[in-house]
Design a binder for this molecule. Structure first.
Ligand code: ZN
Length: 488
């Protein structure tokens, strides 16, 4: 065995060589030094993420969360435009000028009814408060952290180009980015990078599902449910017929279709026939055109429900997002940097937290916790979620990746994900994401051939096709979409 001081010397020498090589490659501060510096800044960004996690503001209501990130960027020297695309909680922070224009996406909305403390046991439901079950507090914070770090490097090394951070509200159902794309905010952008918290470290070459969502509302006539039922027309009956129609429809749609709904208003009391009822419906499919056809059949279910119950119906389109267009060149680039940064290893305390939480998960064959320490290889295929990053990816070459912010086996949109996101388990994944974004953005700013390769991959995958949202020009974002069940 080597004496300790020899080992230290060897390690230092190796780090120096790596640093010089990395420094030559990116013409900026050596990567090792840069990453060490980011480690020293970690407490500051953990505090920001913890605040956003605690506030847990839902889509289009992210007043404090978006302000906090925008303020940080402004203080760091970015020019910040707030309230872009007619959305109060959307913003664009910019630094530098000229080409290339590299954008980083940030999200910060929480999910309704998902409140949970950072403890490994489900808490009794005390309120209907929101919670960060998709880790967007980490998403927004890591992206902001990366943007500020890259900006410092640009200023110090006189790197040319424009760096932009897009503050994107209401990813969870509100389609915030769709309206930002429509407002032309991405028109001059060369490349966009994003990431997402998950249970593994992996650069993404996968696609997902296009999505249409909306609220079907029915109006009837109220009367005493026992005394004068013949004088009433039940809006709830219309919702139930609609839902039954959708459930039968499941058998007659293509295999990859996903249909789900919640009844957001089913009346107030059993002895009043409800004169208002609302159902919030989602439909998804890999192909937007096929999805359009499925959605028109869902509208027929609503029509049928209304006819049979002699109620009237209306539909508010709430969300519509494209399937993600993967980018081969950017997936390779992100994979390289993700590998340089590495995975996550858990401390004894974090392992204890994970082991306490594990029995609450339904999956019998949970992967080992050590999986989080690996960076998995880029894989192509179909995923079954949706995101409004999809619309961005059809407008600009877009690359993404995930880092382990919950331990392996924890599904997103669960109370377990909220719990992990409030601990150092989530903060470690966030740090890795910030580092990966930083290294990748610096390379894109300094190597024009990387931007060109991203464009080439984009054109190849696009095959001359383009994507157009079904939101009519006259319709803006549904800023009140989280006020579910309230008759407008
Ligand atoms: Zn998400």
């Amino acid at each position: 065995m080597m004496p300790a001081h020899h080992r230290q010397w060897t390690r230092d020498f190796f780090r120096l060589v790596v640093a010089i090589l990395a420094g030559l490659a990116t013409q900026t501060m050596p990567a090792e030094e840069l990453l060490d510096r980011m480690d020293s800044q970690r407490p500051k960004y953990v505090e920001i993420a913890a605040k956003i996690w605690r506030w847990a503001e839902v889509g289009y209501r992210e007043v404090q969360s978006s302000s906090l990130l925008a303020d940080e960027l402004e203080a760091a020297g970015f020019e910040v435009q707030r309230g872009v695309a007619d959305i109060p909680t959307a913003f664009v922070a910019e630094f530098g000028q000229g080409k290339p224009v590299i954008g980083i996406l940030a999200e910060y909305d929480a999910l309704p009814g998902m409140e949970q403390e950072a403890v490994p046991a489900k808490q009794p439901l005390k309120s209907n408060k929101a919670g960060h079950a998709c880790g967007h507090h980490l998403f927004g914070t890591a992206s902001t952290w990366a943007a500020i770090t890259v900006k410092e490097q640009m200023a110090a090394k006189k790197i040319k180009g424009t760096l932009r951070l897009y503050g994107c509200p209401a990813e969870e159902g509100g389609s915030g980015k769709v309206f930002m794309v429509r407002a032309g905010l991405f028109n001059d952008c060369d490349v966009v990078l994003h990431w997402h918290p998950g249970s593994e470290n992996r650069a993404g070459l996968e696609t997902n599902l296009a999505n249409i969502s909306g609220k079907f509302r029915f109006r009837g006539k109220a009367a005493h449910a026992a005394g004068a039922p013949h004088q009433a027309r039940s809006a709830l009956d219309a919702v139930m017929l609609f839902a039954h129609g959708v459930d039968l429809l499941r058998e007659h749609v293509p295999q990859e279709t996903r249909l789900h709904y919640v009844i957001t208003n089913g009346g107030n009391a059993p002895n009043i026939v409800p004169d208002f009822a609302e159902v919030y419906m989602y439909a998804r499919h890999p192909d937007p055109k096929t999805l359009d056809g499925i959605w028109s059949r869902i509208e027929k279910c609503a029509e049928g429900g209304a006819i049979a119950t002699e109620t009237t119906r209306s539909l508010e389109l709430v969300g519509n997002t494209a399937n993600l267009l993967p980018n081969d060149a950017l997936a390779r680039l992100l994979d390289t940097h993700l590998r340089a940064v590495g995975g996550v290893t858990y401390s004894a305390e974090e392992t204890q937290f994970a082991e306490t939480l594990r029995p609450s998960l339904l999956r019998p064959e949970l992967p080992p916790l050590t999986e989080a320490s690996q960076v998995k290889s880029v894989s192509e295929g179909q995923r079954y979620g949706s995101t409004d990053v999809g619309d961005v990816s059809w407008a600009v070459p877009t690359g993404g990746f995930s880092t382990a912010c919950v331990f392996p086996g924890v599904p997103m949109h669960s109370w377990q994900a909220v719990a992990c996101g409030g601990t150092s388990i989530g903060h470690k994944g966030m740090t890795n994401a910030a580092k990966t974004l930083t290294l990748a953005t610096l390379q894109l700013l300094t190597e024009p051939q990387q931007v060109a390769a991203a464009r080439e991959s984009f054109e190849k995958r696009r095959e001359g096709k383009s994507y157009q949202t079904r939101f009519p020009k006259s319709q803006g974002p549904a800023l009140n979409y989280r006020d579910s069940g309230v008759a407008p």
